[in-house]
Design a protein around this ligand. Structure first.
Ligand SMILES: Nc1nc2c(ncn2[C@@H]2O[C@H](COP(=O)(O)OP(=O)(O)OP(=O)(O)O)[C@@H](O)[C@H]2O)c(=O)[nH]1
Length: 349
């Protein structure tokens, strides 16, 4: 159809839920569909974009991947997102579908609302908001109320008017969804998965479309083509922040912080992983990821940690002009002891 709006899918979900993994799978099964990707990440190291660029899929070249790393996309809509979309729409070779991966800390609501801006509304529609959930983490109670921690936060900040930041984000990302993917279903049994489903559904009165997946493996027909036009609905799916600050008070991500640690080559991966596990537990690190150099290996080692689960694999050769190095981004709640964590990671190498 001439002048049909381009569908855009927003993929959201907490840190490490499996958004990038799901997108990689989608791109590998795109069936010729030309997909443009906008990737937003928390932290100064573009790991997600780099992982996807490393997967060499014809229908998604490096030009089709745009990284927005100036902060969470929900806070940089006007400065970053809208101009990026405009540039994408000016291209001669327009994409068939646009996929936007938000950072794990983003509120999807302001992003979806941006599709009502006149510059965008006439050309693009939100096909759907897909929220990826780490079903194992939910089952372990990671997003449930931690009363002690919350009381301590309240004692430190009398104006704290909300639940724990993790719990709030969990709820807000679910409230915005057209579809929920209960990911990492390989890590829990069927009963626990059912229990997670019930927890997720209890976050909203709307009946949610919920599917489960391992490594985000779902057919493209399930994920794309929902035809939700969510931009017209988003007013009814307000986030905690929008409800508490109807006066336009700025949203920020002060509750979370990230920093990058540069360290030496990893001679013994197993020892390093054991060291990282201890550091993650001791400092309550939520997410750690990056690329490392291994002595004598021409390829880089990807390190991915979500809580105590750590995965490593080699993805691609170090390229000409790249100096093999080890750089990891560490993300956690505010007040991480950055100096101690950096020193401990360096000592674990
Ligand atoms: N066991 C298991 N691991 C998974 C699954 N999906 C993703 N992972 C792993 O979980 C880790 C995080 O996956 P990502 O896809 O990078 O998660 P993300 O949501 O993009 O992470 P951020 O962008 O940092 O928020 C990686 O080590 C993945 O391999 C799954 O279904 N099962």
């Amino acid at each position: 159809m001439l002048n049909a709006k381009i569908p855009a899918t927003v993929i959201t979900g907490f840190l490490g839920a499996g958004k990038t993994t799901m997108i990689r799978n989608l791109l590998q099964n795109a069936k010729g569909k030309r997909i443009a990707l906008i990737i937003n990440e928390f932290g100064d190291l573009g790991v997600d974009g780099d992982v996807l660029k490393g997967c060499g899929i014809d229908t998604c070249t490096e030009d089709d991947i745009v990284e927005l790393n100036n902060g969470c996309i929900c806070c940089t809509v006007a400065d970053d997102f809208i101009p990026t979309m405009e540039k994408l729409l000016e291209r001669e070779n327009r994409p068939d579908h646009i996929i936007i991966e938000t950072s794990g800390l983003a509120l999807p609501q302001p992003l979806v609302a941006a599709f009502n801006w006149p510059e965008i509304k006439t050309q693009v529609t939100v096909d759907g908001v897909i929220t990826v959930i780490d079903a194992a983490a939910v089952s372990e109670g990671r997003f449930a109320h931690d009363h002690d921690k919350l009381d301590a936060q309240r004692a430190a900040d009398e104006e704290l008017d909300h639940e724990s930041p993790l719990e709030e984000l969990f709820e807000d990302q679910i409230r915005a969804a057209d579809m929920i993917v209960l990911n990492k279903s390989d890590l829990i049994d069927a009963d626990r998965l059912e229990a997670v489903k019930a927890i997720v559904q209890s976050q909203t009165d709307r009946a949610l479309k919920i599917v489960s997946a391992k490594h985000g493996e779902l057919p493209i027909e399930v994920l794309l083509g929902l035809g939700s036009a969510t931009e017209g609905e988003i007013e009814n799916r307000k986030s905690h922040h929008e409800i508490h600050h109807a006066d336009g008070h700025e949203h920020d991500h002060d509750e979370f912080e990230s920093f990058v640690v540069e360290t030496g080559e990893i001679a013994d991966t197993e020892k390093f992983i054991a060291g990282l596990k201890a550091i993650i537990a001791a400092h309550d690190v939520l997410r750690l990821k990056g690329f490392c150099a291994v002595p004598g290996k021409p390829i880089r080692l990807v390190v991915q940690a979500v809580g105590q689960r750590i995965e490593t694999y080699f993805d691609r050769a170090w390229q000409a002009g790249e100096t093999p190095s080890s750089r990891l981004v560490v993300i956690g709640l505010h007040d991480l002891d950055q100096a101690a964590i950096a020193a401990e990671i360096k000592a674990a190498v």
